[in-house]
Design a protein around this ligand. Structure first.
Ligand SMILES: Nc1nc2c(ncn2[C@@H]2O[C@H](COP(=O)(O)OP(=O)(O)OP(=O)(O)O)[C@@H](O)[C@H]2O)c(=O)[nH]1
Length: 424
């Protein structure tokens, strides 16, 4: 395998995960434990945690300090409260998005989960499934996260009893039957003591499943991407100024679905002109195929007019094209969404403007049932709306493709992201 292909395959084996739980369920401790036991903490961080734990007179090192320290760093100047942490084991790379429990509104969870493959939802073994658990699972389902791991934490506080675990598992299974999450795992853990996080617990011999790290390393993510519907939103047109490359014209972007190969017949939207792919280039040289989520540059046989925001697709499999669009939107702003409201819109690499024609209904996020009082959407509300855009979008349903099926609404004056939408 060439160096490039190898690095792209590695790129695919990247698991993006998000953590959710209510205050004090132990998220920070769990992430700290995961990093510590999998030896993903850097020496200098470890020393500084040891020092502060000693200063606080704590016998063990306090793993929550690791996450909390990193949180404090990023709390300067970032409006949406989500931190991204990176770690790797020999098997896989991971990016964790983490949001603090006390301010864990839907907004944060949606932001953290929108690009994730997997959600870890934590419950406290003493409290079992609570409303927050249902809320988090519903959001994971709505965002079509393919994998969910329910970690039943603080098992040490319930004497590691199998019965406690089984009851919580059953309760969650009953609730999750209404949701749309294809792959759910249940793991009894103690984040504080390290049971079943990285090391298998000796305190729970009755549990035959994998540890959390084992599960994260082994969930099958290859089919989380759409490999059927070929979509390539153009991000940049590359035309080098130097004489050596004066003929070169490339279209750079990220593959959002399907597979492209040199020689493939393609058409450019919105123009509809067709041509063939001449080459697929990367930083490390040309490749023989490109699939989601690779970032590549296409060169084409013919010189057709393509600019940023256009989309390269296959003639036999085209996205929908429309200006009237229905979506589920999670509202992220203090100022409510109202019918008639005008917003800027970002969809793949395309920018447009839109007006909200109608708020059809609001969702009860705990049960995903419809609420009728849906004239406006307030901060953290999720509802179904209709918009009309100033120019046509090329899109798929979110269900089919999380990349070409999602968009964000932006306040044109403040540039704040005010809504995250999933096209129906
Ligand atoms: N006994 C026991 N205590 C735990 C366990 N996991 C976490 N704790 C304790 O629970 C408390 C809350 O843990 P945190 O990790 O700070 O909780 P959190 O969910 O991250 O809270 P936020 O940081 O506010 O989001 C701390 O006192 C932890 O030591 C566990 O497995 N067993």
């Amino acid at each position: 395998m060439s160096g490039t292909l190898q690095s792209q395959y590695l790129e695919m084996d990247l698991l993006r995960l998000t953590t959710a739980g209510s205050v004090d369920d132990g998220k920070s401790t769990l992430i700290g434990r995961l990093l510590y036991d999998s030896k993903s903490i850097f020496e200098d961080q470890l020393e500084s945690i040891q020092r502060s734990s000693q200063q606080r007179g704590e016998g063990n090192i306090n793993l929550a300090l690791l996450t909390d320290g990193l949180r404090a760093e990023r709390e300067q100047g970032i409006t949406i409260d989500v931190a991204y942490r990176y770690f790797a084991t020999p098997k896989r790379k991971f990016i964790i998005s983490d949001t603090p429990g006390h301010v864990q509104y839907t907004r944060n969870m949606v932001t953290g989960a929108s690009t994730a493959n997997l959600a870890i939802v934590l419950v406290d073994a003493r409290h079992g499934v609570i409303e927050q658990t249902c809320r988090h699972a519903s959001i994971a389902s709505l965002l079509e996260l393919p994998h969910l791991v329910l970690c039943i934490n603080k098992m040490d506080l319930v004497d590691y009893q199998e019965e406690v675990f089984e009851n919580i598992k059953k309760e969650f299974e009953n609730f999750a039957a209404k949701l749309d999450i294809p792959d759910i795992h249940y793991i009894p853990i103690s984040a504080l003591r390290g049971d079943n996080v990285v090391e298998k617990s000796e305190n729970m011999p009755w549990y035959q499943g994998g540890t959390l790290l084992y599960t994260l390393e082994n969930v099958h993510i290859g089919s989380d991407y759409n490999h059927i519907d070929s979509r390539f939103p153009v991000q940049y047109v590359i035309r080098p100024q130097s004489d050596q490359y004066h003929d070169y014209r490339g279209y750079a972007g990220r593959v959002e679905g399907g597979i492209f190969r040199p020689g493939d017949e393609v058409i450019a939207l919105p123009s509809g002109f067709s041509t063939r792919i001449k080459s697929i280039d990367t930083m490390d040289g040309p490749v023989e195929e490109a699939f989601a989520p690779m970032s590549v540059t296409f060169t084409l046989e013919d010189d057709i007019d393509i600019s940023r925001g256009d989309m390269i697709v296959k003639p036999a499999n085209q996205p929908q094209v429309a200006q009237d669009i229905e979506l589920m939107v999670c509202w992220l702003n203090e100022a409510p969404l109202v019918p008639g409201g005008k917003y800027a819109l970002k969809h793949t690499t395309k920018e447009a403007r839109c007006v909200v024609k109608e708020v059809r209904y609001k969702l009860d996020i705990t049960s995903l049932s419809r609420l009728e009082d849906g004239a406006t959407l307030a901060l953290n509300d999720i509802g179904r709306i209709k918009i009309r855009t100033t120019s046509p979008l090329f899109f798929d349903s979110y269900r089919k493709n999380r990349g070409t099926g999602s968009l964000i609404l932006v306040n044109e004056f403040t540039n704040e992201t005010v809504g995250a939408g999933m096209i129906i």
